[in-house]
Ligand binder design. Structure first.
Ligand code: ATP
Ligand code: MG
Length: 443
């Protein structure tokens, strides 16, 4: 992409309404624009990051054997009356009437709708295990929308639902989700710690939230600092292997880590004092096992191996896809701007032309641009007729991991400059060597 043809409405000043750094930087980098309280348009740069996150979620769900599908945003109230949640959900639910006066709603989550889909078709134990998920817009009329996309009213969420014959199978689905989520967040450059949590209006007993530690997080968390040493890394996972999934689940959930809702002072006191941490965290996902709560209310049964009708065991699993954009920025920025982890960056490399209109510099930039593109990467070329200082400031603000700087002086010596956004380190390399180095970062 050439910056002269892009829509990147960067702001020089800090927007007064933004209280936390991710909100400030998303507005300043021209990623989003508010259209009403807690409701945002995603501008081209913001959408690219959102889509990259979405792609990682899809890829990891596919590895776990979960099926992507898509349900509507507008649902009929009838199903929610069946489960009893139409009245329970309260003011967070956006209720709508259609022209015939029928009660409709904008989906805050989709347990009812998916149970309705499944109860008609899944009739035998042979149809299970089954896990389906979607990545779809949700609406919750939050009392205090704030912090930009972190607590929006309209937000993008991955929501998945498992259907199993027994509690044991459903707990395997739970563990599978836990493992796939750990891998998902790590690919985004994040450490998200599973913490025992409270289930709220979804219901059920077994639930973990995934939290990214950050001072600006809305949740108070209590944990044994040893959990922060755990990394998922490059493990070979067989998602059908119940024992393997369970042992990873245990590895990541045995040490004390809880949100304030389930915090237990007596248990916490057993953690050695130096490792006892009280901090704040951003919730980026949650998994639930709730057993037969919905299948009972909505009559979802299957025939088991003995020909008996039994209630289906269920769980649901969410990832805050749009919130993650903010969470990643909270975890990775400096005073100049965003620092994108390579896994989610909107462009792989910036190209800054120090002397636009100078034939040799223009040609060298074009050549870098074509070579990177040919290698399957997406560069962002600042080809505007602007001062170098302004170009650097924009690149630092939007946070691309790598920047190539091209100017007449370097070209005379046959070199360009390659700069790492994270460390700030620069080196002079031949264009060929610089390109090879950038490409190697993404393989
Ligand atoms: P919270 O406690 O933050 O209100 P929740 O527990 O009600 O969230 P879930 O039903 O668990 O939310 O939804 C799954 C994920 O969707 C959450 O882990 C979070 O990352 C994201 N999410 C929930 N509400 C919002 C919101 N208002 N804006 C952005 N993302 C959200
Ligand atoms: Mg939650």
């Amino acid at each position: 992409m050439r910056l002269s043809r892009y829509f990147l409405p960067v702001l020089k000043e800090n927007p007064a309404e933004a209280q936390i750094v991710s909100h400030r930087l998303m507005l300043r980098a021209g990623m989003i624009k508010q259209s009403a309280a807690g409701i945002y348009s995603w501008l081209p740069l913001g959408l690219k990051v959102l889509k990259n996150i979405e792609t990682i979620v899809h890829e990891e769900q596919a590895k776990a054997g979960h099926l992507a599908m898509l349900m509507p945003t507008i649902q009929s109230a009838d199903l929610w009356r069946e489960s009893g949640r139409y009245d329970d959900y309260g003011e967070e639910m956006l209720r709508i009437k259609d022209r015939h006066g029928r009660d409709m709603l904008f989906t805050p989550t989709a347990e009812e709708l998916i149970t309705d889909i499944v109860r008609g078709h899944v009739t035998s134990y042979k149809d299970m295990p089954l896990t389906m998920y979607q990545i779809q817009w949700k609406f919750r009329d939050e009392r205090r929308p704030r912090f930009g996309v972190m607590r929006g009213r309209e937000f993008y969420m991955k929501d998945g639902y498992n259907f199993d014959l027994t509690k044991e199978d459903a707990m395997h689905a739970y563990n599978r989700h836990l493992v796939s989520y750990l891998r998902t967040y790590e690919r985004m450059g994040l450490q998200a710690i599973p913490m025992r949590a409270d289930s709220g209006p979804i219901g059920g007993d077994d639930t973990h939230e995934f939290l990214v530690l950050a001072e600006t997080g809305e949740s108070e968390v209590f944990y044994d600092s040893a959990v922060t040493d755990l990394t998922f890394g490059d493990r070979d996972i067989n998602y059908d292997d119940k024992a393997q999934c369970q042992s990873i689940m245990e590895e990541f959930t045995t040490k004390y880590a809880r949100t304030d809702e389930t915090h237990d002072e007596a248990l916490f006191a057993e953690v050695p004092q130096v490792r006892r941490k009280v901090a704040r965290g951003i919730e980026v996902g949650q998994i639930f096992y709730f057993g037969t709560k919905y299948s009972e209310a909505m009559g979802a049964t299957v025939q088991d191996g003995d020909g008996k009708q039994v209630l289906v065991h269920m769980g649901s699993h969410g990832i805050g896809v749009s919130r993650l954009v903010g969470a990643i920025i909270e975890a990775s920025h400096d005073d100049k701007g965003i620092i994108w982890p390579e896994g989610v960056t909107p462009f792989h490399c910036g190209i800054v032309n120090l002397k636009q209109g100078f034939a040799e510099a223009d040609a060298a930039c074009e050549d870098l641009y074509h070579q990177l593109t040919k290698a399957g990467l997406e560069p962002l070329y600042d080809d505007r007729n602007e001062r170098a200082g302004g170009k650097f400031a924009t690149m630092d603000l939007i946070g691309l991991p790598w920047r190539l700087t091209v100017g007449p002086r370097g070209l005379k010596n046959g070199v360009v400059e390659l700069t790492c956004r994270k460390t700030g380190e620069s080196e002079e390399l031949t264009p060929q060597a610089a390109i090879a180095k950038v490409i190697s970062q993404y393989n």
